[in-house]
Design a protein around this ligand. Structure first.
Ligand code: COI
Length: 331
């Protein structure tokens, strides 16, 4: 089986070499730094399988061309799958899977953002740079005194809850498919979404982006939250209505915000755009608030996760080819 891996980053080279050398006989793998797009797709003639990640947008057109070219398997080496038109892939008869890298790096990052937001690290660090050592306005809050709402209890949400257990806070959880072991755990209560909004001092979002979850946090949802609520989003920017969020920060309904993701971050995050005119006004506006922390979609970015993304990405294809099945199949 001929495999092509797209969007190869330098930090993935070592893992890719190891994965390639462990491939069974009859498999070959080559890679490019480019995302898959209409301009390079024709080079896939003769390939049966591809590995992509979030910048390769599998639109209906791209999927149709993959089908014509004879590509049978697609593996996306990230957890989120909002860059893939799943119905189109299914209709084309192409098998598609994502990956399951360990959730701990993202969960640790979410905890870090919570603590940074609660302890006002952004203005504190700003002040240090200009010899302002004052404390005024930097009064923090302790997680153990708070109720934390966890939206989404998949692998990442569960890992966040595990870590939060060490802080002694009360935890409210929401998921349409509750995890049985969590439901039985002391200190964690599964509630409806409205109850989570009403009852939480801090809300952390670990929900996949799908049609049903796009803008799940809109003006109506924010209105149900506590005044001064702290919001953390390490999932996808489009889960939140950014205009509503800006309004909520301006009127201090949202007391602090930390986001590792942003609506329309494609082409910006993970690129050096230092000398460019960037046309994402909402991002530039939101970034300037002292109580808003933004990072460049890097919660996943640890040595352990990167290695696992490459290995699992390739493994999913091998499973498809060998057994006709992989645990991370998406449709
Ligand atoms: C994911 O795995 O879903 C991520 O968010 C990381 C990816 C964009 C590289």
């Amino acid at each position: 089986m001929k495999i092509k891996l797209f969007e190869l980053r330098p930090d993935e080279h070592a893992a890719l070499e190891r994965a390639a050398s462990a491939l069974p006989e009859g498999y070959s793998l080559d890679a490019t730094a480019e995302p898959l797009s209409a301009s390079n797709i024709d080079g896939l003639a003769g390939y049966e399988a591809i590995v992509i990640t979030n910048k390769s947008l599998l639109t209906a057109d791209i999927v149709a061309r993959l089908q014509q070219l004879g590509v049978r398997y697609v593996s996306s080496r990230c957890v989120g799958f909002n860059h893939i038109d799943l119905p189109a892939v299914k209709a084309a008869g192409i098998r598609v899977c994502n990956t399951t890298y360990p959730p701990y790096g993202v969960a640790e990052f979410a905890i870090m953002l919570m603590l940074m937001a609660l302890r006002k690290c952004k203005p504190a660090i700003w002040r240090m740079q200009v010899n302002d050592y004052s404390l005024e306005g930097l009064l923090g809050r302790e997680l153990r005194t708070m109720t934390v709402g966890v939206m989404g209890t998949g692998r990442i949400g569960c890992a966040v809850i595990d870590y939060l257990g060490g802080f002694g806070c009360k935890i409210l959880a929401y998921d349409p498919y509750p995890a049985q072991d969590l439901a039985a755990r002391e200190g964690v209560e599964y509630v409806g979404l409205d109850e989570l909004y009403h009852g939480s001092d801090l809300i952390t979002v670990h929900v996949p982006l799908m049609d049903s979850t796009r803008n799940i946090i809109d003006a109506g949802a924010i209105a149900k939250m506590r005044d001064g609520v702290v919001l953390i989003n390490v999932s996808r920017g489009e889960l939140v209505d950014t205009d509503a969020l800006i309004d909520a920060v301006e009127c201090e309904k949202v007391g602090a915000l930390a986001m590792d993701v942003f609506e329309d971050e494609g082409g910006i995050y993970h690129e050096n755009r230092m000398n460019d005119i960037i046309s994402n006004r909402k991002m530039a506006y939101l970034r300037q608030f002292p109580n808003v922390i933004m990072t460049q979609h890097m919660a996943f970015y640890t040595d352990a996760a990167v290695q696992s993304m490459v290995f699992c990405g390739i493994e999913g294809l091998c499973d498809f080819a060998k057994t006709g099945h992989t645990e991370t199949e998406l449709v």
